[in-house]
Design a protein around this ligand. Structure first.
Ligand SMILES: [Zn+2]
Length: 308
């Protein structure tokens, strides 16, 4: 069985960020894993506490286990925004590959204390831990206002480095403008700050709020982060397609109603997987550097000609 850390490290080498998609039921699990398989890309499937309560941690793990047996790409499981020590411990015991402990509402010392305990327990089972220092605002819904953000809440690069060293976490969830949910105007993220955070620590970085952020910002962010979370856009595709299908059919059979819904969710997953790659930007940078070098050489040669 492949370890989560190996999958993340390989993705980092290949300059891609892994999409981490919230899976609220069987149909969404099928959509995410089928699309990952078709695109030959590893993915993370995850559940928030509310989704866990609805779907059931054991049901989720069994469903993913069945689906990933047939997939040729690594599928990693993650508990998203685990609120306390006990819920994260339960997820580690149950067999999740990664857990996200969201201690961002706790005092710093308490956040560090719990994260450290979890890191020790998780690492003994090859489970990775994601920590959160600054609360990532918003919720996974369609917001018709509230897109404005004050930078006072953004992650500070120096604090990020201190928090990672104090806890030993594998992944840090950063807040650089990436609120949860969608807003009337796409959110812009502070890429300079993100780059500073990237330089301040070598741990994996996670960008939550992958639905509402401007696409080109996400693309650029994928050069600095290793995991990007998406939930709201999957929910929108699911709900809108289901409503349309139900309005236009008298069919009662679930197996007739669900395929277009699964197809719509797959389309979103595919678009995100395309976006979460830094490969094109790195390739463009390389071409620019080579062109610049070529011009410098031409100039040098012309200079030499004049000397002759
Ligand atoms: Zn989140």
């Amino acid at each position: 069985m492949i370890k989560a850390i190996e999958v993340l490290e390989k993705a980092r080498e290949e300059k891609i960020s892994l999409g981490a998609f919230n899976v609220g039921n069987l149909a969404i699990a099928k959509a995410v894993i089928e699309e990952a398989q078709e695109r030959n890309t590893p993915v993370i499937v995850q559940m928030s506490p509310n989704e866990t309560e609805y779907f059931g941690m054991d049901n989720f793990l069994d469903v993913v286990s069945n689906l990933r047996q047939k997939a040729d790409v690594p599928i990693i499981t993650n508990l998203d925004h685990g609120a306390d020590l006990i819920s994260c411990q339960k997820a580690i015991e149950a067999g999740f590959d990664m857990v996200h402990f969201d201690g961002s509402s706790l005092p710093y010392e308490e956040n560090v204390k719990i994260a450290k305990i979890l890191v020790e327990e998780a690492h003994s089972k090859d489970v990775l831990v994601e920590g959160e220092l600054d609360k990532i605002l918003g919720s996974s819904e369609v917001h018709d206002q509230g897109g404005e953000i004050t930078q006072d809440f953004y992650t500070d690069p120096r604090m990020a480095s201190e928090f990672v060293s104090a806890t030993g976490i594998d992944t840090l969830a950063v807040f650089v403008g990436n609120k949860h949910g969608t807003y009337p105007d796409p959110l812009r993220i502070d890429l300079l700050r993100l780059e500073e955070i990237r330089k301040s620590t070598s741990c994996f970085l996670c960008l939550h709020g992958g639905s509402g952020v401007e696409a080109q910002d996400i693309k650029k962010a994928s050069c600095f982060v290793n995991k990007i979370n998406v939930n709201t856009e999957l929910r929108i595709a699911y709900k809108e397609t289901l409503e349309n299908v139900l309005r236009g059919t008298d069919d009662l059979a679930i197996y007739k109603i669900m395929p277009p819904v699964i197809a719509a969710v797959k389309r979103v997953v595919g678009e995100k997987i395309d976006l979460f790659s830094c490969q094109e930007l790195k390739a463009q940078e390389k071409v620019q550097e080579e062109t610049q070098e070529e011009f410098q050489n031409i100039g040098k040669n012309l200079g030499e000609d004049y000397e002759i």
